[in-house]
Design a protein around this ligand. Structure first.
Ligand code: ZN
Length: 357
């Protein structure tokens, strides 16, 4: 009850801040977590203690942790959000989130969203939450959304024909139906497993009214690609507050993300494993900012090339390895210590069977 009250209060506060344009923002950042545990794979985990460190940092540094539905609604309607707005999300409905994460989130009164793959819940996997646990979260005002039924690699398939698209959409629709049957209405939001998608899937989801989320870094603004919204991974190697601080304070780089190239590079079909990312800005940046744009690809600094004030390109100087690779670019925000952040995830894929992760 107290938790619910805190959440409603946080929504009310957002409402009050809307009337103060001087501290209003047109964007927000999303944090992505998986496990809250010290015994699960480190790459997707952080301990309860580390997680509380993040929550404490957000509180002490005047971040507004807001509800994802509220945040999306405000940005889409061009209504202001509080400055330093952050959204907390979890992929995979692991039981440790319920046991270790939720009590901490309730302590701080922070709203959050869990993207659920439904088969483990139906199969009563002991590491996954139960439907009763999910119903309990829903009654507390937590957003529950779609992460497919089986967490398959959606685009590590031989070909992307009509049959593939029908099967992929059936997977997503099945999960949406299971969520609705067990929990009542849930938003049409999909988190791509492993953040992997291609443009045909993205377009099909758009036609069907879904908003979808990837695992590349960056913030959300009106100019974002709403079928590939970025989130900052915040577990394992990304859990260190020193680096997370910079990301939390960053703003989405103003670019036309929906025009980005197809993120799947089929090297078995002649795809170039040093893909060129062309970026079109939505607002011109000052020369100083343009000169300080820097891009990082697999730990290497790569020099972006400006075509004109509104366009640049960047590509890897070495062939990218198979699997997921990210291009990250940042530029200082004029008059601030903070950065604009842009990221694109590529999947370099040779048609092989999907790995077990
Ligand atoms: Zn997942």
């Amino acid at each position: 009850m107290a938790t619910q009250l805190l959440r409603y209060l946080s929504i009310l506060c957002v409402g009050l801040i809307w009337s103060l344009p001087s501290i209003a923002a047109d964007h927000f950042n999303i944090l992505l977590y998986h496990h809250i545990s010290s015994t699960t794979p480190r790459s997707t985990s952080l301990s309860a203690q580390e997680f509380e460190g993040h929550l404490k940092y957000l509180q002490e540094n005047n971040y507004h942790v807001i509800d994802l539905a509220v945040a999306i609604d405000a940005v889409q309607k061009n209504q202001p959000l509080p400055n330093k707005s952050v959204v907390i999300t979890f992929d995979d409905a692991w039981r440790d989130i319920y046991l270790q994460g939720v009590p901490l989130l309730n302590k701080y009164g922070y709203p959050f969203t869990v993207f659920v793959n439904t088969d483990p819940i139906d199969q009563k996997n002991r590491h996954a939450m139960t439907w009763d646990m999910l119903r309990d979260l829903k009654s507390q005002g937590v957003n529950l959304a779609n992460h497919t039924r089986d967490h398959d690699y959606l685009v590590r398939k031989p070909r992307y024909d009509e049959q593939w698209l029908a099967n992929t959409l059936a997977n997503i629709t099945y999960a949406q139906q299971r969520l609705t049957d067990e929990l009542g209405p849930v938003p049409k939001w999909l988190a791509y497993p492993f953040g992997e998608y291609n443009n045909s899937l993205k377009n099909a989801l758009k036609e069907r009214g879904y908003i979808a989320f990837g695992q590349q870094s960056g913030g959300v603004a009106q100019f974002s690609d709403w079928q590939a919204l970025p989130r900052f991974p915040a577990a394992g190697p990304y859990s260190n507050l020193k680096t997370l601080k910079t990301k939390l304070a960053s703003q989405p780089f103003p670019a036309n993300y929906a025009a980005f190239k197809n993120p799947v590079i089929r090297v078995d079909q002649g795809g170039n494993s040093q893909p060129l990312l062309g970026v079109e800005l939505t607002t011109a940046q000052r020369l100083g900012v343009r000169q300080q744009l820097s891009c990082f690809i697999v730990g290497e600094r790569e020099t972006p090339v400006w075509q004109d004030k509104m366009h640049f390109t960047v590509s890897a100087s070495k062939a990218l390895g198979k699997g997921r690779n990210r291009y990250n670019c940042t530029a200082p925000i004029w008059g601030q210590k903070n950065y604009y952040w842009l990221s694109h995830q590529w999947l370099i894929y040779g048609g092989e069977a999907a790995p077990k992760e």
